[in-house]
Design a protein around this ligand. Sequence first.
Ligand SMILES: Nc1ncnc2c1ncn2[C@@H]1O[C@H](COP(=O)(O)OP(=O)(O)OP(=O)(O)O)[C@@H](O)[C@H]1O
Ligand SMILES: [Mg+2]
Length: 305
Amino acid sequence: MKPLVIDTLVKRYGDRVALDALSFTVSPGEIFGFVGGNGAGKTTTLRIAVGVLSPDSGVVRWGETPVGRPEAARFGYMPEERGLYPKMTVAKQLVYLGRLHGLTAQQARESMTRWTRRLHIEEHRDKPVDSLSLGNQQRVQLAAALVHDPDVLVLDEPFSGLDPLAVDAMSAVLREKAEHGVPVLFSSHQLDLVERLCDRVGVVHEGRLTACGSLAELRAPRAARHLFLKVDGAPGHWPADTPAVASFRPQDDGVLVEPAPGSTENDVLAAAMRHGTVRHLSWHQPTLADLFRDLVEPAKEDTPA
Ligand SMILES: Nc1ncnc2c1ncn2[C@@H]1O[C@H](COP(=O)(O)OP(=O)(O)OP(=O)(O)O)[C@@H](O)[C@H]1O
Ligand SMILES: [Mg+2]
């Protein structure tokens, strides 16, 4: 199995730069989560990755080979706009797509049977796609991306609109494909899920990759920067009067505090004890959602309205 290499992609729509020299690599067997705000450039990247859109410059490679039609035929793609024929039955559709990707009629039929069973949509095989619920249509869409047993998976928001059981089913399939050495690239706004599922994460903002790495790598520069405290009886703004505190913000039923340079957790604790009863103090591990806000929100504030 070979990596999927996104190399210095640039894409403009008129004056608007949708992708600005975007690069990253998804290794064989890796689940790579692609996150970013609305309009950040995720769909544009994924479309270019599977060859349905051309970049202005840059290249997508599968191993050493630039991705052209023969390579893309080995990719499984779940488009954002979804791409099923609404009036065709589930079974016909999947067999047709399998045939399009070069399977024999029998192989396509077997694959359709296997994936509809695996994704728990077998009882819907003979129904037209548009009669299915949204989540079940999405399962069909996943089956469509998998029916030809692809060597690379590219999925645009595969988890949106899924119930928790379908999320589990989708996650299990992605893990299984990765275990077989397939590079798996997907976009999502569900950061808790990305955090759970992905080996590495890329954060895109205004067409640029602002961070890329494992969650541990993304956390490292920010780890141990904030203390989380619960202080009973203290006014909500107590850290504002504390020289040991550089900044703070309320979170859940406590407060996140950034110690001032040269101050330790003991200094913060002593100040907190002067204001109330300290019920909890720990170093805060930032979640992917915290990191995302750090990476994306300051830049947003700089953007003129
Ligand atoms: N066909 C198009 N014509 C003009 N502009 C486009 C077109 N497609 C995308 N864009 C612009 O390119 C930028 C990136 O869009 P893209 O769809 O890649 O974002 P996204 O990260 O997938 O967002 P979302 O989370 O909302 O799906 C946006 O500014 C968008 O308006
Ligand atoms: Mg999109």
